[in-house]
Write a protein that binds this ligand. Structure first.
Ligand SMILES: Cc1ncc(COP(=O)(O)O)c(C=O)c1O
Length: 405
Protein backbone atom coordinates (compact mmCIF):
# COMPACT_ATOMS: atom_id res chain seq x y z
CA UNK A 1 0.00 0.00 0.00
CA UNK A 2 1.05 3.59 -0.51
CA UNK A 3 0.78 6.09 2.37
CA UNK A 4 -2.70 6.93 1.12
CA UNK A 5 -3.63 3.27 1.59
CA UNK A 6 -3.80 2.61 -2.13
CA UNK A 7 -2.04 -0.34 -3.75
CA UNK A 8 0.49 1.09 -6.22
CA UNK A 9 0.63 -0.41 -9.73
CA UNK A 10 3.96 -2.14 -9.14
CA UNK A 11 6.09 -1.35 -6.16
CA UNK A 12 9.18 -3.53 -5.84
CA UNK A 13 9.15 -3.69 -2.03
CA UNK A 14 5.44 -4.37 -1.95
CA UNK A 15 6.02 -7.15 -4.46
CA UNK A 16 8.84 -8.63 -2.37
CA UNK A 17 6.75 -8.69 0.79
CA UNK A 18 3.57 -10.02 -0.78
CA UNK A 19 5.23 -12.44 -3.15
CA UNK A 20 7.08 -14.08 -0.23
CA UNK A 21 3.74 -14.59 1.49
CA UNK A 22 2.25 -15.97 -1.72
CA UNK A 23 5.15 -18.38 -2.28
CA UNK A 24 4.80 -19.59 1.32
CA UNK A 25 1.11 -20.12 0.71
CA UNK A 26 1.74 -22.11 -2.47
CA UNK A 27 4.54 -24.15 -0.87
CA UNK A 28 2.21 -25.02 2.02
CA UNK A 29 -0.45 -26.01 -0.51
CA UNK A 30 1.98 -28.46 -2.09
CA UNK A 31 2.93 -29.82 1.34
CA UNK A 32 -0.65 -30.76 2.13
CA UNK A 33 -1.92 -31.43 -1.38
CA UNK A 34 -2.36 -35.16 -0.67
CA UNK A 35 -4.80 -34.43 2.13
CA UNK A 36 -7.38 -33.00 -0.28
CA UNK A 37 -9.86 -35.19 -2.13
CA UNK A 38 -8.45 -35.13 -5.67
CA UNK A 39 -11.82 -34.39 -7.24
CA UNK A 40 -13.47 -31.32 -5.83
CA UNK A 41 -16.57 -32.24 -3.82
CA UNK A 42 -18.53 -29.03 -4.35
CA UNK A 43 -21.88 -28.68 -6.10
CA UNK A 44 -22.40 -26.50 -9.21
CA UNK A 45 -22.77 -22.83 -8.28
CA UNK A 46 -21.25 -23.32 -4.80
CA UNK A 47 -19.09 -20.20 -5.02
CA UNK A 48 -21.79 -17.62 -5.72
CA UNK A 49 -23.20 -17.99 -2.18
CA UNK A 50 -19.77 -17.67 -0.60
CA UNK A 51 -18.57 -14.47 -2.28
CA UNK A 52 -19.97 -10.93 -2.30
CA UNK A 53 -22.10 -9.96 -5.29
CA UNK A 54 -19.83 -7.13 -6.37
CA UNK A 55 -16.17 -6.11 -6.23
CA UNK A 56 -15.03 -4.25 -3.07
CA UNK A 57 -15.01 -0.45 -3.02
CA UNK A 58 -12.06 -0.33 -0.63
CA UNK A 59 -8.76 -2.27 -0.80
CA UNK A 60 -8.52 -5.50 1.16
CA UNK A 61 -5.44 -7.12 2.66
CA UNK A 62 -3.62 -9.97 0.98
CA UNK A 63 -4.26 -12.00 4.13
CA UNK A 64 -8.00 -11.65 3.59
CA UNK A 65 -7.61 -12.89 0.05
CA UNK A 66 -5.46 -15.84 1.15
CA UNK A 67 -7.99 -16.74 3.84
CA UNK A 68 -10.70 -16.83 1.18
CA UNK A 69 -8.55 -18.98 -1.07
CA UNK A 70 -8.05 -21.41 1.78
CA UNK A 71 -11.68 -21.51 2.86
CA UNK A 72 -13.61 -20.95 -0.37
CA UNK A 73 -11.46 -21.57 -3.41
CA UNK A 74 -9.41 -24.65 -2.49
CA UNK A 75 -12.54 -26.74 -1.76
CA UNK A 76 -13.59 -26.04 -5.35
CA UNK A 77 -10.25 -27.03 -6.85
CA UNK A 78 -9.60 -30.38 -8.50
CA UNK A 79 -6.01 -31.04 -7.58
CA UNK A 80 -4.25 -31.77 -10.88
CA UNK A 81 -0.88 -31.68 -9.18
CA UNK A 82 -1.80 -34.21 -6.51
CA UNK A 83 0.20 -37.44 -6.68
CA UNK A 84 -3.20 -39.16 -6.55
CA UNK A 85 -4.47 -37.47 -9.71
CA UNK A 86 -4.77 -39.88 -12.62
CA UNK A 87 -7.42 -38.35 -14.89
CA UNK A 88 -7.11 -37.25 -18.53
CA UNK A 89 -3.33 -36.95 -18.92
CA UNK A 90 -0.31 -36.10 -16.78
CA UNK A 91 -0.04 -32.38 -16.29
CA UNK A 92 3.15 -32.26 -14.33
CA UNK A 93 4.39 -28.99 -13.04
CA UNK A 94 7.80 -28.59 -11.48
CA UNK A 95 9.70 -26.11 -9.39
CA UNK A 96 11.68 -25.24 -12.52
CA UNK A 97 8.53 -24.66 -14.55
CA UNK A 98 7.00 -22.65 -11.73
CA UNK A 99 10.07 -20.43 -11.44
CA UNK A 100 10.00 -19.81 -15.18
CA UNK A 101 6.31 -18.94 -14.91
CA UNK A 102 7.14 -16.46 -12.12
CA UNK A 103 9.75 -14.81 -14.29
CA UNK A 104 7.33 -14.60 -17.17
CA UNK A 105 4.72 -12.95 -14.92
CA UNK A 106 7.38 -10.72 -13.41
CA UNK A 107 8.74 -9.40 -16.68
CA UNK A 108 5.21 -9.30 -18.10
CA UNK A 109 5.93 -8.21 -21.61
CA UNK A 110 3.69 -8.78 -24.61
CA UNK A 111 6.03 -10.07 -27.29
CA UNK A 112 4.01 -10.11 -30.48
CA UNK A 113 6.74 -8.59 -32.68
CA UNK A 114 10.48 -8.94 -32.25
CA UNK A 115 10.78 -5.23 -31.42
CA UNK A 116 8.32 -5.53 -28.52
CA UNK A 117 10.89 -7.61 -26.64
CA UNK A 118 13.69 -9.09 -28.73
CA UNK A 119 14.78 -11.58 -26.05
CA UNK A 120 11.33 -13.16 -25.96
CA UNK A 121 11.33 -13.98 -29.66
CA UNK A 122 14.95 -15.00 -29.77
CA UNK A 123 14.81 -17.18 -26.66
CA UNK A 124 11.72 -18.92 -28.03
CA UNK A 125 13.53 -19.71 -31.26
CA UNK A 126 16.60 -21.02 -29.44
CA UNK A 127 14.69 -23.09 -26.89
CA UNK A 128 12.52 -24.69 -29.56
CA UNK A 129 15.65 -25.49 -31.56
CA UNK A 130 17.07 -27.14 -28.42
CA UNK A 131 13.92 -29.17 -27.91
CA UNK A 132 13.75 -30.12 -31.60
CA UNK A 133 17.29 -31.45 -31.30
CA UNK A 134 16.43 -33.44 -28.16
CA UNK A 135 13.54 -35.02 -30.09
CA UNK A 136 15.80 -35.50 -33.13
CA UNK A 137 13.32 -33.72 -35.37
CA UNK A 138 14.45 -33.11 -38.94
CA UNK A 139 16.69 -30.09 -39.46
CA UNK A 140 14.08 -28.29 -41.52
CA UNK A 141 12.06 -27.75 -38.33
CA UNK A 142 14.90 -25.64 -36.94
CA UNK A 143 14.77 -21.87 -37.05
CA UNK A 144 17.94 -21.83 -39.13
CA UNK A 145 16.09 -23.17 -42.19
CA UNK A 146 12.75 -22.37 -43.82
CA UNK A 147 10.71 -23.68 -40.90
CA UNK A 148 10.94 -23.21 -37.16
CA UNK A 149 9.24 -23.63 -33.84
CA UNK A 150 6.71 -21.51 -32.00
CA UNK A 151 5.04 -21.87 -28.61
CA UNK A 152 1.27 -21.98 -28.80
CA UNK A 153 -1.03 -22.07 -25.80
CA UNK A 154 -2.44 -25.48 -26.58
CA UNK A 155 -2.37 -28.33 -29.09
CA UNK A 156 -5.79 -27.14 -30.26
CA UNK A 157 -4.34 -23.81 -31.35
CA UNK A 158 -1.43 -25.63 -32.96
CA UNK A 159 -3.62 -27.83 -35.14
CA UNK A 160 -5.85 -24.89 -36.01
CA UNK A 161 -3.02 -22.69 -37.27
CA UNK A 162 -1.50 -25.47 -39.38
CA UNK A 163 -4.89 -26.34 -40.82
CA UNK A 164 -5.39 -22.70 -41.82
CA UNK A 165 -1.93 -22.64 -43.39
CA UNK A 166 -2.56 -25.89 -45.29
CA UNK A 167 -6.02 -24.74 -46.40
CA UNK A 168 -4.84 -21.42 -47.74
CA UNK A 169 -1.87 -22.98 -49.50
CA UNK A 170 -4.22 -25.22 -51.47
CA UNK A 171 -6.84 -22.51 -52.03
CA UNK A 172 -4.19 -20.21 -53.48
CA UNK A 173 -3.70 -22.88 -56.14
CA UNK A 174 -7.29 -23.92 -56.71
CA UNK A 175 -9.20 -20.71 -56.01
CA UNK A 176 -11.36 -19.98 -52.96
CA UNK A 177 -14.41 -21.76 -54.39
CA UNK A 178 -12.74 -25.09 -53.74
CA UNK A 179 -13.21 -24.77 -49.96
CA UNK A 180 -16.16 -27.17 -50.05
CA UNK A 181 -14.02 -29.80 -51.71
CA UNK A 182 -11.20 -29.91 -49.15
CA UNK A 183 -10.96 -33.12 -47.13
CA UNK A 184 -9.26 -33.61 -43.76
CA UNK A 185 -8.26 -37.09 -42.58
CA UNK A 186 -7.65 -38.50 -39.14
CA UNK A 187 -8.48 -41.67 -37.26
CA UNK A 188 -11.47 -42.28 -35.02
CA UNK A 189 -8.99 -41.98 -32.12
CA UNK A 190 -7.80 -38.48 -33.02
CA UNK A 191 -8.33 -35.77 -30.43
CA UNK A 192 -11.46 -33.65 -30.88
CA UNK A 193 -9.29 -30.54 -31.24
CA UNK A 194 -8.96 -31.41 -34.93
CA UNK A 195 -12.72 -31.42 -35.34
CA UNK A 196 -12.89 -28.01 -33.69
CA UNK A 197 -10.13 -26.72 -35.98
CA UNK A 198 -12.12 -27.98 -39.00
CA UNK A 199 -15.22 -26.16 -37.75
CA UNK A 200 -13.29 -22.91 -37.43
CA UNK A 201 -11.44 -23.34 -40.72
CA UNK A 202 -14.69 -23.84 -42.61
CA UNK A 203 -13.98 -27.42 -43.69
CA UNK A 204 -17.34 -28.93 -44.53
CA UNK A 205 -18.37 -31.40 -41.79
CA UNK A 206 -19.04 -34.09 -44.38
CA UNK A 207 -15.42 -33.73 -45.54
CA UNK A 208 -13.85 -34.57 -42.18
CA UNK A 209 -12.92 -38.23 -42.32
CA UNK A 210 -12.43 -39.94 -38.95
CA UNK A 211 -11.17 -43.23 -40.40
CA UNK A 212 -12.01 -46.38 -38.51
CA UNK A 213 -9.17 -48.10 -36.68
CA UNK A 214 -11.10 -51.23 -35.83
CA UNK A 215 -9.21 -53.30 -38.41
CA UNK A 216 -6.05 -52.84 -36.33
CA UNK A 217 -6.01 -54.16 -32.80
CA UNK A 218 -3.68 -51.39 -31.66
CA UNK A 219 -6.06 -48.54 -32.55
CA UNK A 220 -3.62 -47.10 -35.06
CA UNK A 221 -4.60 -45.73 -38.45
CA UNK A 222 -3.89 -48.23 -41.20
CA UNK A 223 -2.17 -46.87 -44.32
CA UNK A 224 -4.48 -49.00 -46.49
CA UNK A 225 -7.55 -47.40 -44.92
CA UNK A 226 -6.11 -43.95 -45.61
CA UNK A 227 -5.20 -44.83 -49.18
CA UNK A 228 -8.66 -46.16 -49.85
CA UNK A 229 -10.33 -43.04 -48.46
CA UNK A 230 -8.09 -40.78 -50.51
CA UNK A 231 -8.81 -42.61 -53.73
CA UNK A 232 -12.56 -42.59 -53.06
CA UNK A 233 -12.41 -38.85 -52.44
CA UNK A 234 -10.30 -37.97 -55.44
CA UNK A 235 -12.58 -40.12 -57.61
CA UNK A 236 -15.50 -37.97 -56.41
CA UNK A 237 -13.69 -34.76 -57.31
CA UNK A 238 -12.72 -33.84 -53.74
CA UNK A 239 -9.31 -32.46 -52.74
CA UNK A 240 -7.34 -34.23 -49.97
CA UNK A 241 -5.92 -31.50 -47.77
CA UNK A 242 -4.44 -32.66 -44.48
CA UNK A 243 -3.83 -35.77 -42.43
CA UNK A 244 -3.54 -35.46 -38.67
CA UNK A 245 -1.58 -38.48 -37.41
CA UNK A 246 -1.19 -39.03 -33.69
CA UNK A 247 1.72 -40.32 -31.66
CA UNK A 248 0.02 -41.25 -28.39
CA UNK A 249 -3.74 -40.90 -28.73
CA UNK A 250 -5.67 -39.54 -25.79
CA UNK A 251 -7.74 -42.65 -25.09
CA UNK A 252 -5.19 -45.42 -25.60
CA UNK A 253 -1.78 -43.89 -26.51
CA UNK A 254 -2.04 -45.53 -29.94
CA UNK A 255 0.70 -44.55 -32.35
CA UNK A 256 -0.11 -44.04 -36.01
CA UNK A 257 2.58 -45.42 -38.37
CA UNK A 258 4.18 -42.17 -39.52
CA UNK A 259 6.58 -43.79 -41.94
CA UNK A 260 3.91 -45.48 -44.06
CA UNK A 261 1.38 -42.67 -43.70
CA UNK A 262 4.05 -40.12 -44.55
CA UNK A 263 4.86 -41.89 -47.83
CA UNK A 264 1.22 -41.58 -48.84
CA UNK A 265 0.85 -37.92 -47.84
CA UNK A 266 4.07 -37.04 -49.63
CA UNK A 267 2.96 -38.75 -52.84
CA UNK A 268 -0.50 -37.15 -52.73
CA UNK A 269 0.79 -33.74 -51.62
CA UNK A 270 -1.27 -33.77 -48.44
CA UNK A 271 -0.15 -31.75 -45.40
CA UNK A 272 0.93 -34.16 -42.66
CA UNK A 273 0.47 -32.85 -39.13
CA UNK A 274 1.77 -35.01 -36.29
CA UNK A 275 -0.04 -34.58 -32.99
CA UNK A 276 2.31 -35.85 -30.29
CA UNK A 277 0.76 -33.56 -27.69
CA UNK A 278 0.93 -36.12 -24.92
CA UNK A 279 3.45 -38.83 -25.78
CA UNK A 280 5.95 -36.77 -27.76
CA UNK A 281 7.94 -36.05 -24.60
CA UNK A 282 8.95 -39.70 -24.32
CA UNK A 283 10.84 -39.40 -27.60
CA UNK A 284 13.71 -37.57 -25.90
CA UNK A 285 14.73 -41.09 -24.77
CA UNK A 286 16.57 -42.93 -27.55
CA UNK A 287 14.67 -46.16 -26.82
CA UNK A 288 11.31 -44.46 -27.60
CA UNK A 289 12.43 -42.22 -30.46
CA UNK A 290 11.40 -44.89 -33.01
CA UNK A 291 7.78 -43.83 -32.46
CA UNK A 292 8.67 -40.72 -34.46
CA UNK A 293 10.21 -42.62 -37.37
CA UNK A 294 8.67 -41.02 -40.43
CA UNK A 295 8.35 -37.57 -38.88
CA UNK A 296 10.76 -36.56 -41.65
CA UNK A 297 7.70 -36.52 -43.94
CA UNK A 298 5.70 -34.24 -41.65
CA UNK A 299 4.85 -30.65 -42.47
CA UNK A 300 4.21 -29.86 -38.82
CA UNK A 301 4.78 -31.47 -35.44
CA UNK A 302 3.32 -30.63 -32.05
CA UNK A 303 4.19 -31.62 -28.50
CA UNK A 304 2.72 -30.22 -25.29
CA UNK A 305 5.50 -29.44 -22.85
CA UNK A 306 2.72 -28.83 -20.33
CA UNK A 307 1.68 -32.46 -20.40
CA UNK A 308 4.62 -34.74 -19.73
CA UNK A 309 7.58 -32.41 -19.71
CA UNK A 310 7.42 -30.76 -16.31
CA UNK A 311 6.48 -27.37 -17.74
CA UNK A 312 3.60 -25.57 -16.08
CA UNK A 313 0.53 -25.04 -18.25
CA UNK A 314 0.47 -23.58 -20.87
CA UNK A 315 3.26 -24.42 -23.27
CA UNK A 316 2.54 -26.23 -26.52
CA UNK A 317 5.50 -26.55 -28.88
CA UNK A 318 4.73 -26.48 -32.60
CA UNK A 319 7.25 -26.85 -35.40
CA UNK A 320 6.56 -26.22 -39.07
CA UNK A 321 8.59 -27.14 -42.10
CA UNK A 322 7.67 -24.03 -44.07
CA UNK A 323 7.01 -20.98 -41.93
CA UNK A 324 5.92 -18.92 -44.93
CA UNK A 325 2.71 -20.98 -45.19
CA UNK A 326 1.77 -19.99 -41.63
CA UNK A 327 2.73 -16.38 -42.15
CA UNK A 328 0.73 -16.20 -45.38
CA UNK A 329 -2.41 -17.18 -43.49
CA UNK A 330 -1.92 -15.33 -40.23
CA UNK A 331 -0.04 -12.12 -40.83
CA UNK A 332 -1.43 -8.62 -40.66
CA UNK A 333 0.56 -5.45 -40.90
CA UNK A 334 -1.31 -2.48 -39.42
CA UNK A 335 0.40 0.88 -39.32
CA UNK A 336 0.89 0.91 -35.54
CA UNK A 337 2.90 -2.33 -35.62
CA UNK A 338 5.30 -1.30 -38.38
CA UNK A 339 8.96 -1.10 -37.40
CA UNK A 340 12.34 -1.18 -39.13
CA UNK A 341 13.38 -4.71 -38.11
CA UNK A 342 10.12 -6.20 -39.37
CA UNK A 343 10.03 -4.11 -42.56
CA UNK A 344 13.54 -5.23 -43.43
CA UNK A 345 12.62 -8.86 -42.83
CA UNK A 346 15.45 -9.28 -40.35
CA UNK A 347 13.39 -10.87 -37.60
CA UNK A 348 10.67 -13.33 -36.71
CA UNK A 349 7.42 -11.72 -35.57
CA UNK A 350 5.53 -14.47 -33.78
CA UNK A 351 2.24 -12.57 -34.06
CA UNK A 352 2.16 -14.02 -37.59
CA UNK A 353 2.44 -17.61 -36.37
CA UNK A 354 -0.57 -17.63 -34.03
CA UNK A 355 -4.19 -16.52 -33.65
CA UNK A 356 -3.86 -13.75 -31.02
CA UNK A 357 -1.70 -10.69 -31.30
CA UNK A 358 -0.44 -10.66 -27.71
CA UNK A 359 1.75 -13.41 -26.38
CA UNK A 360 3.49 -14.26 -23.13
CA UNK A 361 7.17 -14.97 -22.50
CA UNK A 362 6.46 -18.70 -22.29
CA UNK A 363 9.88 -19.83 -23.46
CA UNK A 364 11.26 -18.79 -20.06
CA UNK A 365 9.59 -21.72 -18.36
CA UNK A 366 10.66 -24.26 -20.96
CA UNK A 367 14.17 -22.84 -20.75
CA UNK A 368 14.27 -23.10 -16.96
CA UNK A 369 12.95 -26.68 -17.17
CA UNK A 370 15.61 -27.67 -19.71
CA UNK A 371 18.38 -25.98 -17.74
CA UNK A 372 17.45 -26.90 -14.18
CA UNK A 373 16.82 -30.55 -15.06
CA UNK A 374 19.13 -31.25 -17.99
CA UNK A 375 18.45 -33.98 -20.52
CA UNK A 376 19.55 -36.87 -18.31
CA UNK A 377 17.14 -36.03 -15.51
CA UNK A 378 14.30 -35.47 -17.95
CA UNK A 379 14.98 -38.86 -19.50
CA UNK A 380 15.01 -40.62 -16.13
CA UNK A 381 11.77 -38.90 -15.21
CA UNK A 382 10.10 -40.29 -18.36
CA UNK A 383 11.66 -43.73 -17.88
CA UNK A 384 10.46 -43.89 -14.29
CA UNK A 385 6.89 -43.12 -15.38
CA UNK A 386 7.03 -45.82 -18.02
CA UNK A 387 8.36 -48.36 -15.52
CA UNK A 388 5.53 -47.47 -13.16
CA UNK A 389 3.02 -47.93 -16.00
CA UNK A 390 4.53 -51.34 -16.77
CA UNK A 391 4.25 -52.32 -13.14
CA UNK A 392 0.62 -51.26 -13.14
CA UNK A 393 0.05 -53.26 -16.32
CA UNK A 394 1.52 -56.36 -14.63
CA UNK A 395 -0.92 -55.97 -11.71
CA UNK A 396 -3.88 -55.59 -14.08
CA UNK A 397 -2.75 -58.55 -16.19
CA UNK A 398 -2.80 -60.78 -13.10
CA UNK A 399 -6.39 -59.81 -12.32
CA UNK A 400 -8.89 -62.05 -14.17
CA UNK A 401 -11.49 -59.25 -14.23
CA UNK A 402 -9.37 -57.31 -16.73
CA UNK A 403 -8.05 -57.91 -20.19
CA UNK A 404 -4.88 -56.14 -21.34
CA UNK A 405 -4.68 -55.41 -25.08
C1 LIG B 1 -3.20 -36.33 -28.35
C2 LIG B 1 -3.79 -35.03 -27.92
N1 LIG B 1 -3.98 -34.05 -28.82
C3 LIG B 1 -4.52 -32.87 -28.48
C4 LIG B 1 -4.90 -32.60 -27.20
C5 LIG B 1 -5.50 -31.27 -26.88
O1 LIG B 1 -4.64 -30.56 -26.05
P1 LIG B 1 -4.83 -29.03 -25.68
O2 LIG B 1 -5.62 -29.00 -24.42
O3 LIG B 1 -3.41 -28.56 -25.48
O4 LIG B 1 -5.49 -28.34 -26.79
C6 LIG B 1 -4.73 -33.58 -26.21
C7 LIG B 1 -5.16 -33.34 -24.81
O5 LIG B 1 -5.38 -34.21 -24.05
C8 LIG B 1 -4.15 -34.82 -26.57
O6 LIG B 1 -3.97 -35.79 -25.67
Amino acid sequence: MGRDGVLKPMDAEQLRENAHKMVDFIADYYKKIETFPVLSQVEPGYLRDLLPHSAPDQPESLQNVLDDIQAKILPGVTHWQSPNYFAYFPSNSSVAGFLGEMLSAGINMVGFSWITSPAATELEMIVLDWLAKLLKLPDYFLSTGHGGGVIQGTASEAVLVVLLAARDKVLRRTGKDALGKLVVYCSDQTHSSLQKACQIAGIYPENCRALKTESCNDYSLSPETLEQAISNDTASGLIPLLLCATVGTTSSTAVDPLLELGKITKMKEIWLHVDAAYAGSACICPEFRHYLDGVEEADSFNMNAHKWFLTNFDCSALWVKDRSALIHSLSTNPEFLKNKASEENLVVDYKDWQIPLGRRFRSLKLWTVLRLYGLENLQSYIRNHIQLAEKFESFVAKDPRFEVN
